[in-house]
Design a protein around this ligand. Structure first.
Ligand code: PEP
Ligand code: MG
Length: 854
């Protein structure tokens, strides 16, 4: 049998600030003892106090030990209980070795007796306050140490709302029903308070609380005896403060000040602003500044003011600082030399950057939640419900903010989606059409809200029997996936100068390049403004949305070769314009233009939309049961051999146009949905032919690279063969995830994946967070094989995962060159990439030091 370790010498009564010197840590000092220890060592004002270490806490139930503790405390405070001119009371507090809920309450009014009370009431000037605190103290001790039944005490408290009467009734009940009367002697009171607190901690309720937090059942507590220095009401009180203004993030202590004595339960009133504190504000400010540097985090403190003298009661890093505060703190601490830039970059979470870049709902609690769906595109907006994109366009034209609510969107709905403030779909997932378009446009979106039923004909939206009409107000939180009924106040996006500074540091600490998925000049300009180094994916089919849809449709549905040629010429004309604008916006940076990847179901006309019977018949003939696995990507180009050459001609011509204006983008032509290496070879040949034709026609040899998407498992496995024809590869992880799992990216997320996650089969949607084991393994194989063929091949990711911090952490060690994501996610990706680089370097350093020592 193991014998328990004997406690360290001198461990029983430890004045605040001496624990460290005695070699004690939180296992003996408790969390509070540790906190106070470091506050004293930082030279900050604290209440005089001492810790009775965990292994000796039970000793304090002995009145002799308690007397020793009270005497030591009196020496530390320079006053003693009962002293008339500089009065003092005692307070007993418990803390566990780790932060824990369910700790016994503090006992704040020890040292009072009927003899000494009048003088104290006079000193404070508020008798009621004193009696209230005193009664609460007697109540805890009566129940926990004098065996007075809790029910009797509850009745008594209810029957005696006036504090002084309550106190007298409690003292009387202790005498009558308790194991002994409530003592006058301060040391005996302390011993009984210790008994009560330890009994609480050991009670079934305390054990249940420990079990709920997975704390060992035998976890002990340290007890802390504090001097409660008494001063006049007008110059005394207590409060809490944090170092930063949550709205602006500036160093500006904010919090609440309460008159009276601090108690366990939260004060029922909001308190006064710190500015009304009668004294101590400057010292509080200095303490918070010191603590920020010590914690390297936003600091929060509990404090007490007695007769104008400030003393700290607790101090800890704030667990959930506002994004503004986290950002400004990181920059301020770095400028002051407390953090280096790498540490500053690590200290801010990517979600905090995202929160700064998007408007957010200012929720106050109680807002009526309509439905919860997938958080498909961040940001927040309110608007009137539109059940069709046409209705959304009408409302927007009248200046009425609107939220588009549909089962799913198609390219035909894009103008309405762009006119709306936000979009909600009942179907679709994170890689669905609505999600991709909304993210690209920076609009909030909630997708896969499957509990919602939409009936456009009746103009109704229903969920669980609740009915809303087209035109009713909704508020959408694209970050949480929540949709609320009515208008909720919106906090605007608040990007700051500090954010730019921090992202600049992130750029210096990342290895991965960050590009944007941008289809239009507007997207490209946003991307550049947000720090993208180029375009990693221009989905050319997105240039044919809404009213330009017929340009693609005509090619697909062409009646004969002449018809197709005319359709291609029209398409190329429109595209040359678009490319010119896009290239101007991106400047001298690289631009990866993906040739058309038009899934049939998105581009074919639907019922009621046909130009004539011939078109209807042709569309019916082209209908596919499984369009995401059908005639998409490069496959369409094999059926319409003029398609890609027409697009490439438009691109090269546009490049020549902008070069004449002094802009020289680096062109990359990318082929989608390849699974057979010869598909790529064929298109690469077409591109070379077009380059030759353009050269002959204009005299300009357009420099370009050809590469391919890797978005089928076969392409990943044959990356060595693809690399023979490709100067770059870009992983389309949306399709690669879809095809690796066999999960439809449009269908499975809302219902099926939610179940997988609930049942613990998956930790997250693999469309949101890259699957490191399956898809990640394919990526690793592809990178290795491609580099074996072409060591300098450039490799990136342009699926949605390119903007997801967790996925970036998976991608970084694979040695990719860049990630590409929607423009709004570029800042997040810059920070996440810098954090991923540092994590990879740290892992490598640990590994190589392990190798050296083994
Ligand atoms: C992908 O599949 O990851 C990709 C980027 O292409 P898209 O989303 O356009 O299919
Ligand atoms: Mg794809």
């Amino acid at each position: 049998m193991n014998t328990p370790p004997s406690p360290p010498p001198g461990a029983s009564l430890v004045p605040y600030g001496q624990g460290h010197a005695r070699g004690l840590d939180a296992t003996e000092l408790g969390v509070h003892g540790m906190e106070m220890d470091s506050l004293v060592r930082l030279g900050l004002p604290t209440v005089p106090g001492l810790t009775i270490a965990v292994s000796h806490a039970a000793d304090l139930t002995d009145a002799t030990v308690a007397r020793g503790a009270v005497d030591l405390l009196s020496a530390l405070a320079g006053r003693h209980v009962g002293q008339a001119d500089r009065p003092m009371l005692l307070r007993l507090v418990a803390s566990a070795p780790v932060p824990a809920a369910g700790l016994p309450p503090m006992v704040a009014g020890l040292g009072l007796s009927l003899d000494t009370a009048p003088a104290l009431c006079a000193a404070i000037g508020r008798a009621e306050m004193l009696y209230d605190t005193w009664a609460a103290t007697v109540r805890i001790i009566a129940e926990g140490a004098l065996d007075v039944p809790a029910d009797d005490l509850d009745d008594l408290v209810l029957d005696n709302p006036a504090p002084a009467r309550r106190l007298h009734a409690l003292l009387e009940t202790c005498k009558r029903v308790g194991t002994r009367p409530y003592p006058d002697d301060p040391a005996e009171q302390v011993a009984l308070a210790a008994t009560a607190l330890l009994a609480r901690w050991r009670s079934p309720r305390g054990r249940r609380a420990r079990a709920a937090q997975s704390l060992p059942a035998d976890t002990g507590i340290a007890l802390h005896l504090q001097a409660l220095l008494i001063g006049p009401w007008a110059r005394s009180g207590h409060g809490t403060a944090t170092s930063r203004d949550p709205e602006t993030g500036a160093f500006s202590p904010s919090g609440a000040f309460h008159r009276g004595v601090r108690r366990s339960e939260a004060p029922g009133v909001p308190g006064e602003p710190l500015a009304t504190m009668p004294a101590g504000a400057d010292l509080l400010r200095e303490a918070l500044a010191t603590l920020e540097h010590h914690f390297r985090a936003v600091a929060q403190v509990g404090f007490e003011l007695r007769d104008g003298e400030l003393a700290l009661l607790s101090a800890a890093p704030l667990e959930h600082p506002s994004p503004q505060a986290a950002m400004r703190l990181a920059v301020d601490l770095t400028r002051a030399g407390t953090l280096d830039q790498a540490a500053a970059v690590r200290s801010v979470r990517p979600e905090q950057v995202q929160a700064l870049l998007h408007p957010q709902l200012r929720l106050r609690g109680g807002e009526p939640l309509l439905v919860h769906g997938l958080a498909a595109s961040p940001g927040a907006a309110s608007g009137r419900i539109s059940l069709s994109s046409l209705r959304a366009l009408d409302l927007a034209a009248d200046g009425v903010p609107t939220v588009l609510v549909m089962t799913e969107t198609t390219p035909a709905d894009v103008p309405g989606l762009l006119a709306a403030e936000a979009v909600v779909t009942t179907g679709g997932g994170l890689a669905s059409h609505a999600a991709v378009v909304a993210r690209g446009a920076g609009k909030p979106a909630v997708c896969g809200a499957s509990a919602l039923r939409v009936d456009p004909a009746a103009g109704l939206v229903t969920v669980d029997g609740r009915e809303l009409r087209e035109g009713d107000m909704l508020s959408v939180d694209g970050r949480s996936g929540d949709v609320y009924v009515g208008a909720v106040e919106i906090r605007p996006a608040s990007p700051s100068a500090e954010l730019d500074v921090l992202l600049g540091w992130a750029d210096d600490h990342r290895r991965l390049g960050v590009r944007a998925n941008a289809d239009t000049a507007g997207d490209a300009a946003t991307a550049v403004r947000l720090g993208a180094e180029g375009i990693g994916l221009c989905r050319t089919e997105h240039q044919f949305l809404g009213e330009r849809l017929p340009l693609v449709r005509r090619v697909i549905l062409a009646a004969d070769a002449d018809d197709e040629r005319r359709a291609l010429a029209a398409l190329a004309d429109a595209q040359r314009e678009d490319f010119r604008d896009l290239l101007r916006a991106i400047g001298d940076r690289p631009v990866t233009v993906r040739l058309l990847d038009a899934p049939m179901h998105e581009f074919l006309p639907h019922d009621g939309d046909y130009e004539d019977a011939r078109q209807a018949a042709r569309a019916a003939a082209l209908h596919e049961a499984n369009p995401m696995l059908g005639v998409r990507g490069v496959r369409l180009a094999l059926l319409h051999e003029g398609l890609y050459p027409a697009q490439v001609d438009a691109l090269f011509s546009a490049w020549i146009d902008v070069v004449a204006e002094g802009i020289r983008p680096a062109l990359e032509v990318m082929v989608p949905l390849v699974s057979v290496p010869r598909e790529l070879a064929l298109v690469a040949g077409q591109v070379a032919d077009v380059a030759g034709q353009v050269h002959r026609r204009t005299g300009v040899a357009v420099p370009y690279r050809v590469g391919t998407m890797v978005e089928t498992p076969r392409a990943a496995l044959l990356a060595d063969q693809l690399a023979a024809h490709a100067e770059f590869l870009s992983f389309g992880t949306n399709d690669l995830t879809q095809l690796t799992y066999g999960f439809s990216r449009d269908d499975v997320e809302s219902r099926l994946l939610a179940r997988y996650i609930d049942r613990g089969l998956l930790a997250a949607s693999p469309f949101a967070e890259l699957d490191p084991d399956g898809v990640g393994a394919l990526l690793a194989i592809a990178v290795r094989r491609a580099r074996a063929t072409r060591p300098d091949i450039k490799i990136g990711v342009c699926g949605e995962h390119g903007g997801d911090p967790a996925s970036i952490a998976t991608l970084e060690p694979l040695g990719l060159d860049y990630v590409s994501c929607s423009p709004q996610r570029v800042p997040v990706a810059r920070l996440a990439a810098a954090q991923a680089t540092q994590a990879t370097q740290a892992t490598q350093a640990t590994r190589s030091s392990g190798e050296r020592t083994s």
